[in-house]
Design a protein around this ligand. Structure first.
Ligand SMILES: Nc1ncnc2c1ncn2[C@@H]1O[C@H](COP(=O)(O)OP(=O)(O)OP(=O)(O)O)[C@@H](O)[C@H]1O
Length: 371
C-alpha cells in the first residue's frame, strides 16, 4: 500500500476548467471520500488518478513516484465502477481471475487468490455462476473481488453502491468499511451521498465547481463546516440558516434575531458566551447563524443544562421513527427542530424550545465563510 498525493491538480477541457488547483495528501491506508453534487468534478479527479483522463496541470503521485504519464495498467491501482463492468460470458471465478491471467500469473496461484478473495467477500458458492445469474449486490461483490485480488497500492471506487436498493447499500457500505479495516488499504471513494461519506471516510474532500471547499474528518466537517455550502450539503435535514446581528449585552456578545419583518423592536437575543467562534471583528455586524435541527430541541419543559429557550409556534410535525422533526415559526423565520419521538409535540403547540448555542456555527454573510 502507499500514500497518494494530488498536488495543484488542474483539468481543462478546451477553455473550461473543471478542476481548479486541487491539492489532497492521502496517507498510506487512509480512506478518502470525494463528496459533491453532480458535475463538481469528482469522477474527473478519480479518473485522473486512475489514468483514464490526462492531467492538464499539477502532479499526481503514488508514494514518491509521479504517475501523470504512467499508463493506467502500470499504476498499480484498481477501480470499482458503479456499472460493475463484469464480463457477461465469463464465470465469477474467471471474472475475478482475469486481471491476474493478463499478468501471466500461474493457474494454481490464480485459483488460490480467487478462493481467498471469494471467501473474504462471502461469494465462494457463486464462483461457477455467470453475472446474469447474480443479484445486484452479488455482482457488486464480484466487481470488488476483481479489484481486491490484484492487491493494488490504491483502490478507487466510483459510486459503487448507487445501483443497489437501500437495504443492500447499507450492507455493502458496512462490507466496504470492514474490508478497509482488514486490508488497511489506501482508498478513494466518490459519492454524492453524504451519509455514505460520513460513515466511510477517514477524511472527506468536499468539491464544488472543481474546487475543494473543505478537507477534514467527518466530525470536523459536520461540527465545523468551513462555509455555508459545506454546512448545507452535509447533514440531513439540513442546517437552519438565520440572519442575525451581533450585539453586546452585559459584556456578553449575543446573536440578535429580528422576528418581525415590519419592525426591528421584536427581537430574541441568544448568548454566544459558550461559543468558540472568533467574533472579535464582527461586533455590531450582520452574520448568518447556523443551527442544526438537533441543536433546537424540546424536552417536556425540562431545563436542558440551563440552555436558552425560544417560545416557538409548532407549525408541522413529521415523525421519522427515532426522532420527530418539528417545523417551527420564530416570527418571520421558519426553523426546523428535532426532538425525540418519545416526546409528545403536536401541530399548533406553543412551546419553549432549547437552543444549544455552544455548537452553533456563525458565517460571514458576504464571503459565506465560517467565522
Ligand atoms: N469530455 C468532457 N468535455 C467537456 N466537459 C466535460 C467532459 N467530461 C466532463 N466534463 C465536465 O466536467 C465537469 C465535471 O464532471 P464529472 O463527471 O467529474 O462530475 P461529477 O462530480 O463526477 O458528476 P456526477 O456525480 O454527475 O458523475 C462537468 O461539468 C462535466 O460537464
Amino acid at each position: 500500500m502507499a500514500s497518494l498525493t494530488i498536488k495543484n491538480a488542474v483539468k481543462r477541457y478546451g477553455t473550461v476548467e473543471v478542476l481548479k488547483d486541487v491539492s489532497i495528501d492521502l496517507q498510506d491506508g487512509e480512506f478518502l471520500v470525494l463528496l459533491g453534487a453532480s458535475g463538481c468534478g469528482k469522477s474527473t479527479l478519480l479518473n485522473m488518478i486512475a489514468g483514464l483522463e490526462s492531467v492538464t496541470g499539477g502532479e499526481i503521485m503514488i508514494g514518491d513516484r509521479v504517475i501523470n504519464d504512467v499508463h493506467p495498467k502500470d499504476r498499480d491501482i484498481a477501480m470499482v465502477f458503479q456499472s460493475y463492468a463484469l464480463y457477461p460470458n465469463m464465470t465469477v471465478a474467471k471474472n475475478i481471475a482475469f486481471g491476474l491471467e493478463m499478468r501471466g500469473i500461474q493457474k494454481a496461484e490464480r485459483q488460490k487468490a480467487v478462493e481467498g478473495v471469494a471467501e473474504m467477500l462471502q461469494i465462494s458458492h457463486l464462483l461457477d455462476r455467470k453475472p446474469a445469474q447474480l443479484s445486484g449486490g452479488q455482482r457488486q461483490r464480484v466487481a470488488m473481488g476483481r479489484a481486491l485480488v490484484r492487491r493494488p497500492e490504491v483502490f478507487l471506487f466510483d459510486e459503487p453502491l448507487s445501483n443497489l436498493d437501500a437495504k443492500l447499500r447499507l450492507e455493502m457500505r458496512t462490507e466496504i468499511k470492514r474490508l478497509h479495516k482488514e486490508l488497511s488499504a489506501t482508498m478513494v471513494y466518490v459519492t454524492h451521498d453524504q451519509i455514505e461519506a460520513l460513515t466511510l471516510a477517514d477524511r472527506i474532500a468536499i468539491l464544488k465547481d472543481g474546487s475543494v471547499q473543505q478537507l477534514a474528518s467527518p466530525t470536523e466537517i459536520y461540527n465545523k463546516p468551513a462555509n455555508i455550502f459545506v454546512a448545507g450539503l452535509v447533514g440531513s435535514p439540513p442546517m437552519n440558516f438565520i440572519p442575525a446581528t451581533l450585539v453586546e449585552k452585559d459584556g456578553i456578545t449575543h446573536a440578535r434575531l429580528s422576528l418581525n419583518k415590519d419592525t426591528d423592536n421584536d427581537v430574541i437575543d441568544l448568548s454566544l458566551a459558550n461559543n468558540d467562534a472568533d467574533i472579535t471583528e464582527y461586533g455590531g455586524k450582520e452574520v448568518v447563524l447556523g443551527l442544526r435541527p438537533e441543536m433546537i430541541t424540546y424536552v417536556n419543559g425540562a431545563d436542558v443544562n440551563g440552555q436558552q429557550t425560544i417560545l416557538s409556534n409548532v407549525d408541522v410535525v413529521e415523525p421519522t421513527g427515532a426522532d420527530t422533526l418539528c417545523f417551527l415559526k420564530w416570527g418571520k423565520h421558519d426553523v426546523m427542530a428535532r426532538v425525540s419521538s418519545a416526546i409528545d409535540v403536536g401541530s399548533g403547540d406553543q412551546l419553549a424550545f432549547s437552543i444549544d448555542m455552544s455548537r452553533a456555527s456563525l458565517f460571514d454573510p458576504q464571503t459565506e465563510e465560517r467565522i
